[in-house]
Design a protein. Structure first.
Lengths: 602, 583
C-alpha cells in the first residue's frame, strides 16, 4: 500500500460529544496549569469590560453638560476635561483588552503545544494492539485538526465568555443609574433575543450535524469511486455511479441549504431585537421627557441607544460561544480520549540483563489471541537453539507475523512464557528484549534523515567504520557511494531510492545494530531480479551465526531451515524439519507441493 | 470563482438579482433609521415636545416599519442566497464527479485522488461559505457605507459642521491602516504555519508507519525529540500570529468608541456657537457606527474572498481539463478475442523516456499470454493500454480486428473483463459487487462465478451473498477481495480477460486452482496476465518478457529458459536450481 492511500482524507471533526462534563473537567485541569496568567487575563478582561460599560455613562454626563450650555456661556474647559477623561479610559481599555488577548493566546498556544507533545509521546507508549483498529488518518487528524481547534476556540471562548458575562451583569447596573424606566425596556431585549437565538441555534445545530453527515457520505462515495476509477471505466459503470451520486449530492444540497440559511439568520435577528427596543426607548423616552420637561433627556436617549447597541454584543455572542464550546469540547474529547488510552505497563524497574547472549529461544505453553475470545495459539511449545534458522511459512494472511509480534513483545502472551537463554521475557524490560533482536521487515521503513543517521538508528554509538563495513556486507556500499552526498544523503518520503535499495539499507541497519538474534521478512517480488539476488546474499550474511526467525517465501529458505513453523488461519498447525513435515503429509506438504506441481506438469 | 457562475440557470440569475434587491432594501431601511433619530432629536431640540407628540409617535412608527423592513428583507435575501448558492454548488459538484469519471488515468494521476476528493468536498464547502457571504455582506457593506457617508456629508454641510465628516474619514483611514498592517504581518505567517502543520503531520506519520521499527530499535526518544522540534517551531509561529491578531479587536473597539467620543466632543465645541448641531449628535453617532461596521465587514470579506478564489480555481482546473482520450465512432469486432500490438511505444506525459518501446505481438482467441519482468519493466503499463486507460504514444493496438480507437469506449470495455492489481470492491453486498460485471446476472451465474474464482468463503458468512462489504473492503482480506474481483470480471463472459498482477495476493494453491478453473471454463476466452511469480505463468501459451520497456523475449517457459537471460534470472531468483532442473 502506498503512503498516499494510507492517508485517508478526514473531514473536520464534529462528532457527538459523549462526555461533556468529564471532558470539560480535563480541559480545566489543563487550564489550571496556567492559573497565574489566567487570573491576570481575567482581571484585564473584567476591567476592560467595565471601562467599556462605564464609557457611555460618562459620555452621557458630557452630553448633559453640552446640551444646556448650547449657545450660552462657554464650558469648553469642562467639555475638554470630560473628553480627556473618556479618551484616556478608552486607551486604557485598549491596553487591557490587548493584554488579556495576548495572555489568553499564550495560554492556548502553550496548552496546544503541550497536548501535541502528549499525543506524540503517547503513540510510542500504546500497545500495538491499539493500532489494529484505529486508522492513522484519524490519529493524525487528532494531532493537527483537533488540537488546533481546541487552541483556536479555547482562547476565544474564554475571552468572550468573561466579557459577555461582565457586560450582561454590569450594563444594566450602569443603565439603572441613568434612568430606571428605560433600563427596564432595554432589558426586555434579553429574553426576546435569547428565546429566538436559542431557537435558531438549536435548528442550526440540527442542520449542521446533518450537513456534516451528508458531507461524510459524499466524501465516502467519491473516495470509493475515484479510487476504483479503472474498475468503473472497465465495467462501464459511469452512468450508474453518476445516478447514485446525484441522489447523495441532492441530499447534501438540501441540508446544506437549511444550515446555510439558519446560520445567516443570527445576526439580523439580534439586530432586529435591538432596533425594536430602540424604538420603544424613543417612544417611552419622549413621553418621559414631556413629563419631566427636560431638554437634557436627549442625552439620555442617545446614551441608551449606545447601550442597546453594546448590549447586542454579548447576546449575539451567546450563540457563538455555545457553538465554539461544543466544538472545543468535541475536539478536546478526541484528544483526551487518545491521551488517556491504556498504556503498556511501566517496566523501568526491570533492569535484569542476560550476560553474553547465546540466542536460545523457547516458547513454553504459550497461549495467545488478538481478541480475548478468539485464541489462535494454543499451548505452543518450541525451542530454537543458538544459531538455528527457523522458517515461518503459511498462506497469505495465515498469521505469520504473530510469532514476530510475540517475540518482540509487541503483543503480550495470554498464558505461558517465552524464554531467551532460559530467562523469561516477562522478567526483562520490554525495550531490552527488543534490543536483542535485529529486524528486517518487508515494510522498509526509513526516516527522514541522512543515511548515516538511519543506519545508527538501532545503535547510536556505531563508528563510521562499522557503518561502512556493514554496508559493504549488505551490498549497498557501492550504491551509497555513487550518490552525490554519499553517506550524508538525506533519505525521506520523497527521496527516489528504489524499494530494493531501501531493503538493503534496512539490512545494513540490522547489521549495524549487531543484535544476537534476528527477525527477517524475506523480500517479495516488488524488487527486480538483480537486486533480489543482492538482498538474498546480504540476508544470508546477516543470519550467519545468529538465531534467526525468517518469514519465508522461497523454497530454498524453507528447505534449508533448521526448523519450520507452519501456520494456517492464525494457528500454528505443524512444527518440524522439512523432511519431518513432508513425511507427516499435512498442511505443509500441500503448501509445498502447490508451488511445485506447476513445474512438474512440464 | 466567478467563472462558476456560468453554471447558473436563468431562473437562478433572476433569483440572485432579487436577492441583491432585498439586500438593497435592507440597507435602505437600515440607513433610514438615523434619519428618524435626527427627527426625534429635532423635536427635543425644538423644546416643544408635547406640541410635537403626534409627529414623534409617527416618527417612531416609521422606525418600527424600517426595523421590520430590515429583518424581513434580510431573511428573504439569506433564504434566496442560500438556495441559489447550494443549488449552484451541488450542480458544480455533480459536474466534477462526471468529469472525473470521464478522465483517463493520465488526468487522474495529474491531480491525484486525494486532491480530487478535497476539491469536490472541502473546496466546495469553502465556496459555499464565501459565496453566500459575498452575496449578502458583499453588497450590504459598501452600500451601507456609501449611503451613510453621503448622508453625513449632506447633513454636516447643511448644518455648517463639516468637521464632523472629517471624523469619519479619519476613522475609516485608521481602520484601513490597522487591517493592512496586520495583514502584512500575519498573512506570510499563515503560509508558514500551514507548512509547519504539514511537517507535524509528516513527523507523526513517520512515527506511526514505523511503529514496529521504532520500538524494535528502542528509538522512541529520538522520534519524540524530532516531534518536539517541529512542535516548538509551530508554537512559536502560532504565538506570533496570536500576538498580531490580538491587536485587531481592541483596535476596532477603540476606533469605534473614539469616533463617537469625537463626535460628541466636536458637537460640544461647535454648539458653543451653533446650537443646531446638537441635534446631529445622535444620528451622527449611528451613521459612524454603520460606516465602521461596514469597513470591518469589508476587511473580513477581504480575508475571506481569496480563499474562495483559490478554491474556485482548483475546481475550474478540473472542469477545464481537456480530455486526452477521444471516443471512437463505434465498430464491430470481426476477429473476436484477438489482440494485436503493432510497434507500440508509450511515454508518460512530461517524461523524457519511453516506458514501452516498440512492442509488437499478436494474441489469438483463447490463448493465454503472460507478461513478466522486474518492477518498472512496463508490464502493467502495457496491459493498461488495452482498455484504453491510456492511449499509446506511437504505434497501434487492435482488438477484435479493429484499432481500439475506432470503438466507443463502452464497446471496448464490454469486450474486456478487467481484474485490477488490488482487489477493489465497492461498499454494498457481495452479490451487488459480483453483479457489477453483469447487472442482470442470475443466482446460478453468480454461484458459478464464485465457484470458479474460489470465492466460496462467502457462503461461510451468515448473510452469504448479502454480506455487506465495508467501504474500501476493510472487512475482507486482500486475497478474498482479489478473488471476488475475479468473479466480477468473469461473470461478464467477455472476449478478453485481463489480470493485472491479480494473482499475487493469492496463495500458491488458490492461484493454481483459479487458473485451472479458468482454463477449463473459459477456454475460448483470451487471457492476458501480468504476474510476478514464475509459477503463475509457466503454463501460458506465450510468455512475453519485458525489461526496461523493451520486449526481450517471447515464447513458452521452456523456450525462454533456453534462450532468454532475463527470464532465467527471474526464474532462478524464485526457484532454486535443482527445483528448476527437476522439471
Amino acid at each position: 500500500m502506498t503512503k498516499k492511500e494510507k492517508q485517508k482524507i478526514s473531514l473536520p471533526p464534529r462528532p457527538k460529544v459523549k462526555n461533556f462534563k468529564g471532558t470539560l473537567k480535563l480541559l480545566f485541569s489543563e487550564l489550571s496549569q496556567h492559573k497565574f496568567a489566567l487570573v491576570f487575563a481575567f482581571i484585564f478582561a473584567i476591567s476592560s469590560a467595565v471601562l467599556v460599560i462605564v464609557g457611555p455613562r460618562i459620555l452621557n454626563d458630557m452630553m448633559e453638560v453640552i446640551i444646556p450650555t448650547a449657545g450660552g456661556g462657554s464650558k469648553i474647559a469642562e467639555i475638554t476635561k470630560y473628553g480627556i477623561i473618556i479618551l484616556s479610559m478608552y486607551v486604557l481599555a485598549w491596553f487591557l483588552n490587548y493584554f488579556q488577548g495576548f495572555l489568553l493566546n499564550k495560554i492556548s498556544v502553550s496548552i496546544s503545544k503541550n497536548l501535541r507533545t502528549k499525543l506524540s509521546k503517547k503513540i510510542n507508549r500504546l500497545p500495538l494492539k491499539y493500532f489494529d483498529n484505529h486508522s492513522y488518518g484519524d490519529l493524525l487528524s487528532r494531532v493537527t485538526n483537533d488540537v488546533d481547534n481546541v487552541g483556536f476556540t479555547l482562547s476565544r471562548t474564554l475571552s468572550s465568555l468573561i466579557t459577555s458575562a461582565v457586560m450582561l451583569i454590569g450594563m444594566p447596573i450602569v443603565m439603572f443609574t441613568i434612568n430606571w424606566q428605560l433600563t427596564l425596556i432595554a432589558l426586555l431585549q434579553l429574553p426576546i433575543a435569547l428565546i429566538i437565538v436559542f431557537f435558531v441555534v438549536k435548528n442550526n445545530q440540527k442542520y449542521f450535524v446533518g450537513q456534516q453527515k451528508e458531507l461524510g457520505n459524499v466524501n465516502g462515495y467519491i473516495e470509493e469511486n475515484f479510487s476504483a476509477h479503472n474498475v468503473v471505466k472497465a465495467f462501464n459503470g459511469e452512468q450508474k455511479a453518476e445516478e447514485e451520486f446525484g441522489d447523495i449530492n441532492n441530499r447534501l444540497r438540501s441540508t446544506s441549504r437549511k444550515a446555510q440559511f439558519f446560520s445567516g439568520l443570527m445576526h439580523p435577528i439580534v439586530n432586529f431585537t435591538s432596533n425594536l427596543v430602540y424604538v420603544l426607548i424613543c417612544i417611552v423616552g419622549a413621553s418621559l421627557a414631556i413629563k419631566s420637561n427636560s431638554p437634557t433627556f436627549l442625552a439620555t436617549i442617545i446614551t441608551f441607544m449606545t447601550y442597546t447597541k453594546l448590549f447586542n454584543q454579548p447576546i449575539s455572542q451567546i450563540g457563538t460561544i455555545f457553538g465554539n464550546l461544543q466544538s472545543t469540547v468535541a475536539s478536546a474529547e478526541r484528544v483526551f480520549e487518545f491521551i488517556n488510552e491504556g498504556e503498556e505497563l511501566d517496566e523501568s524497574f526491570k533492569n535484569a540483563i542476560i550476560e553474553n547472549v547465546k540466542g536460545k529461544v523457547e516458547f513454553k505453553n504459550v497461549n495467545f489471541g488478538y481478541l480475548p475470545d478468539k485464541q489462535i495459539i494454543h499451548n505452543f511449545n518450541f525451542t530454537a537453539l543458538p544459531g538455528e534458522k527457523i522458517a515461518i511459512v503459511g498462506q497469505t494472511g495465515a498469521g505469520k507475523t504473530t510469532i514476530v509480534n510475540l517475540l518482540m513483545r509487541f503483543y503480550e502472551v495470554d498464558d505461558g512464557e517465552i524464554l531467551i537463554d532460559g530467562v523469561s521475557t516477562k522478567d526483562l524490560n520490554r525495550t531490552y528484549v527488543r534490543s536483542l533482536f535485529g529486524m528486517v521487515l518487508q515494510d522498509t521503513w526509513l526516516f527522514e534523515g541522512t543515511v548515516k543517521e538511519n543506519l545508527r538508528f538501532g545503535n547510536p554509538n556505531a563508528s563510521d567504520e562499522e557503518i561502512v563495513s556493514a554496508c559493504k556486507l549488505a551490498n549497498v556500499d557501492h550504491f551509497i557511494r555513487t550518490e552525490p552526498k554519499g553517506y550524508d544523503m538525506i533519505l525521506g518520503e520523497e527521496s527516489n531510492i528504489s524499494a530494493g535499495q531501501k531493503q538493503l539499507l534496512t539490512i545494513a541497519r540490522a547489521m549495524v545494530q549487531n543484535a544476537p538474534m534476528l527477525i527477517l521478512d524475506e523480500a517479495t517480488s516488488s524488487v527486480d531480479t538483480r537486486t533480489e539476488i543482492l538482498i538474498q546474499t546480504a540476508m544470508d550474511r546477516l543470519t550467519e551465526g545468529r538465531t534467526s526467525f525468517v518469514i519465508a517465501h522461497r523454497l530454498s529458505t524453507i528447505k534449508n531451515a533448521d526448523k519450520i513453523i507452519v501456520m494456517k488461519d492464525g494457528n500454528i498447525v505443524e512444527v518440524g524439519t522439512h523432511q519431518q513435515l513432508l513425511d507427516a503429509n499435512g498442511v505443509y506438504t500441500e503448501l509445498y507441493n502447490s508451488q511445485f506441481e506447476d513445474g512438474e506438469d512440464f | 470563482m466567478f467563472k462558476l457562475f456560468k453554471y447558473l440557470k436563468w431562473q437562478e440569475w433572476i433569483l440572485l438579482i432579487v436577492a441583491i434587491g432585498f439586500v438593497g432594501l435592507q440597507v435602505f431601511c437600515n440607513v433610514s433609521l438615523p434619519q428618524c433619530t435626527l427627527e426625534i432629536s429635532n423635536y427635543f431640540q425644538s423644546g416643544d415636545l408635547s406640541g410635537n407628540y403626534n409627529g414623534l409617535i409617527l416618527t417612531c412608527l416609521k422606525m418600527l416599519g424600517y426595523t421590520a423592513g430590515v429583518i424581513l428583507s434580510a431573511i428573504c435575501a439569506s433564504f434566496i442566497a442560500s438556495y441559489v448558492v447550494t443549488h449552484l454548488l451541488a450542480r458544480v459538484r455533480g459536474k466534477i464527479f462526471a468529469k472525473v469519471n470521464s478522465f483517463s488515468a493520465r488526468e487522474i494521476n495529474k491531480f491525484s485522488i486525494p486532491s480530487l476528493i478535497t476539491r469536490s468536498t472541502n473546496d466546495i464547502s469553502q465556496l459555499q461559505q464565501v459565496l453566500t457571504t459575498l452575496i449578502t455582506l458583499g453588497f450590504n457593506a459598501p452600500l451601507t457605507a456609501t449611503f451613510a457617508i453621503i448622508n453625513i456629508v449632506k447633513l454636516s454641510s447643511e448644518n455648517g459642521a463639516q468637521t464632523l465628516s472629517w471624523v469619519n474619514i479619519v476613522s475609516v483611514l485608521a481602520i484601513s491602516i490597522v487591517v493592512i498592517l496586520i495583514m502584512m504581518l500575519a498573512v506570510p505567517k499563515f503560509k508558514t504555519i500551514q507548512k509547519t502543520t504539514d511537517e507535524l503531520n509528516k513527523v507523526t506519520r513517520e512515527n506511526l508507519t514505523g511503529l514496529k521499527v521504532v520500538r524494535a530499535n528502542g528509538a522512541e526518544k529520538s522520534q519524540e525529540a524530532k516531534f518536539d522540534k517541529v512542535n516548538n517551531r509551530f508554537a512559536k509561529i502560532d504565538l506570533f500570529i496570536g500576538k498580531v491578531m490580538s491587536i485587531i479587536e481592541p483596535s476596532l473597539t477603540l476606533i469605534m468608541q473614539g469616533t463617537s467620543l469625537a463626535i460628541v466632543w466636536i458637537v460640544g465645541l461647535l454648539a458653543q456657537t451653533n446650537p443646531a448641531t446638537i441635534a446631529l449628535m445622535g444620528s451622527f453617532t449611528q451613521y459612524s457606527t454603520f460606516i465602521i461596521m461596514s469597513f470591518t465587514s469589508l476587511s473580513v470579506l477581504f480575508m475571506f474572498v481569496p480563499r474562495g478564489i483559490i478554491s474556485g480555481r482548483r475546481i475550474n482546473e478540473i472542469l477545464d481539463t481537456e480530455l486526452s482520450l477521444v471516443d471512437g465512432k463505434g465498430a464491430t469486432a470481426t476477429k473476436q478475442g484477438t489482440v494485436e500490438f503493432k510497434n507500440v511505444s508509450f511515454r508518460y506525459p512530461d517524461a523524457d523516456e519511453n516506458v514501452l518501446e516498440n512492442i509488437s505481438f499478436t494474441v489469438n482467441q483463447g490463448e493465454t499470454v503472460a507478461f513478466i519482468g522486474s518492477t518498472g519493466s512496463g508490464k502493467s503499463t502495457l496491459i493498461n493500454l488495452i482498455p484504453r486507460f491510456y492511449d499509446c504514444t506511437d504505434g497501434e493496438i487492435l482488438i477484435g480486428g479493429n484499432p481500439i480507437k475506432e470503438y466507443k469506449q463502452s464497446q471496448l470495455h464490454d469486450m474486456i473483463g478487467y481484474v485490477p492489481q488490488k482487489g477493489l470492491l465497492f461498499s454494498g453486498t457481495i452479490s451487488e459487487n459480483v453483479r457489477y460485471g453483469k447487472e442482470n446476472a442470475s443466482k446460478e451465474e453468480i454461484d458459478k462465478a464464485i465457484e470458479i474464482s474460489q470465492s466460496s468463503f462467502v457462503y461461510s458468512f451468515p448473510e452469504g451473498l448479502d454480506y455487506m462489504v465495508a467501504r474500501g473492503g476493510k472487512n475482507l482480506s486482500g486475497g478474498q477481495k482479489q478473488r471476488l474481483s475475479i468473479a466480477r470480471a468473469i461473470i461478464k463472459n467477455p472476449d478478453i480477460l485481463i489480470f493485472d498482477d491479480s494473482f499475487s495476493a493469492l496463495d500458491y494453491k488458490t492461484d493454481k486452482v483459479v487458473r485451472e478453473n479458468l482454463d477449463k471454463e473459459y477456454s475460448g476466452t483470451t487471457k492476458i496476465i501480468v504476474a510476478q511469480r514464475i509459477g503463475t505463468i509457466m503454463n501460458s501459451d506465450k510468455i512475453i518478457v519485458l525489461d526496461e520497456g523493451k520486449m526481450v523475449g517471447i515464447g513458452t517457459h521452456k523456450e525462454l529458459m533456453a534462450d532468454c537471460e532475463v527470464y532465467q534470472q527471474i526464474a532462478l531468483s524464485q526457484l532454486s536450481k535443482e527445483e528448476l532442473e527437476n522439471d
